[in-house]
Design a protein around this ligand. Structure first.
Ligand SMILES: [Zn+2]
Length: 347
């Protein structure tokens, strides 16, 4: 989510204000003064009964797509968005694209149903070793540990942080998981793996080698069944390690290996790569060059921002995405000139 957006508490009054600002007449006038832009959204997991993970509300995602259609938006795929950014982007055409990261089974099942019902393209970025059953993502392990630790609370030392975490309710577990993941993500990429190992050791739990119930990857066979002109898969590395922390060979294998597996398993994979975690510190010029070398036409980060036509400084291998908002006002704000103007004025 863009740091400049306000939280859900103010959504209702903000909703009225944003509705006024995004009114079609005003929106058209505003678009005369700004370069053509495409917002691309990043989704993660969905809320699901019986699985204690933070996630999107499927009903809200459904409402959001309905609302965007009513506002005159055209849904395009990520690959189309990258191509349009380069060759042709019309000033008054309202475009938006969607992606979802990691490749959990429930995530893709729910998303495919919602997005297909709206004839909305969706690029599903998958961690290929996860789908191959060779590993599962470190951030999912942290969530699983917090849901399965056999103590009501725990004092834990993580680098310079001394934490007292509680695990008495589902909400406690989600909060503790979020705290740990935030600290690990805020560490230097090369320290992240060590911190994950430290959490596992201090929690005193044995983490399953393959993804346990509630954390399973989609199977390749099912992925192929869901693949369509709307539902496309993309490479999100082999193991979801932070690429900038790896040596040259390891980083290349994460990028080339994940593309290779997608080409082997699905019919029409995206030609856009997605960096694991995706902050600017998580990839370097080396990863951009490797993605280009292995046939990708672009790569997306998880830093907020727009695809902007003609912005020469905007590297095709460091394209931004907005986190999918949890309320309509923030969604509409990101989809229109309002957020673009704010980002230009306030940085
Ligand atoms: Zn990811």
């Amino acid at each position: 989510m863009a740091a400049s957006l306000t939280g859900p508490k103010r959504a209702s009054s903000k909703q009225i204000f944003i509705n006024l600002l995004t009114h079609s007449g005003l929106d058209r006038v505003a678009r005369m003064f700004f370069p053509p832009i495409i917002p691309v959204f990043l989704l993660h997991r969905f809320e699901k009964p019986g699985v204690n993970v933070s996630g999107h509300d499927p009903n809200f995602v459904d409402e959001a797509l309905t609302r965007l259609k009513k506002k005159g938006f055209t849904f395009i795929s990520l690959d189309e968005a990258v191509q349009l950014k380069v060759v042709e982007l019309e000033r008054f055409r309202k475009l938006v694209a969607f992606t979802i990261d990691d490749g959990f089974a429930d995530q893709i099942e729910i998303a495919a149903q919602i997005f297909s019902a709206h004839s909305c393209p969706l690029t599903c970025f998958v961690i290929t070793d996860f789908l191959d059953g060779l590993s599962w993502p470190w951030d999912a392990k942290i969530s699983w540990i917090c849901n399965n630790v056999q103590m009501p609370c725990m004092n834990i030392t993580l680098g310079k942080h001394k934490l007292e975490l509680t695990f008495q309710t589902d909400e406690d577990c989600r909060t503790s998981s979020r705290v740990l993941r935030t600290i690990i993500k805020a560490s230097l990429p090369m320290q992240a793996e060590t911190l994950v190992e430290s959490v596992i050791a201090q929690a005193g739990v044995e983490v399953p080698r393959s993804a346990p119930s509630g954390y399973e990857a989609i199977e390749w066979k099912r992925a192929r069944e869901l693949e369509s002109p709307l539902i496309q898969y993309g490479a999100h590395s082999r193991t979801h390690q932070l690429l900038s922390s790896l040596n040259d060979e390891e980083s290349e294998e994460e990028i080339a290996g994940s593309r290779r597996r997608l080409l082997e398993e699905v019919l029409n994979p995206s030609n856009v790569f997605c960096y694991p975690v995706g902050r600017f510190v998580d990839f370097t010029e080396r990863e951009k060059a490797l993605a280009r070398k292995h046939g990708f036409v672009g790569a997306v980060s998880a830093e907020p921002g727009y695809f902007v036509k003609g912005k020469t400084a905007q590297d095709l291998f460091s394209l931004p995405r907005f986190g999918f908002p949890s309320n309509m006002a923030d969604l509409l704000q990101c989809c229109t000139w309002v957020e673009y103007m704010k980002s230009r004025v306030f940085g």
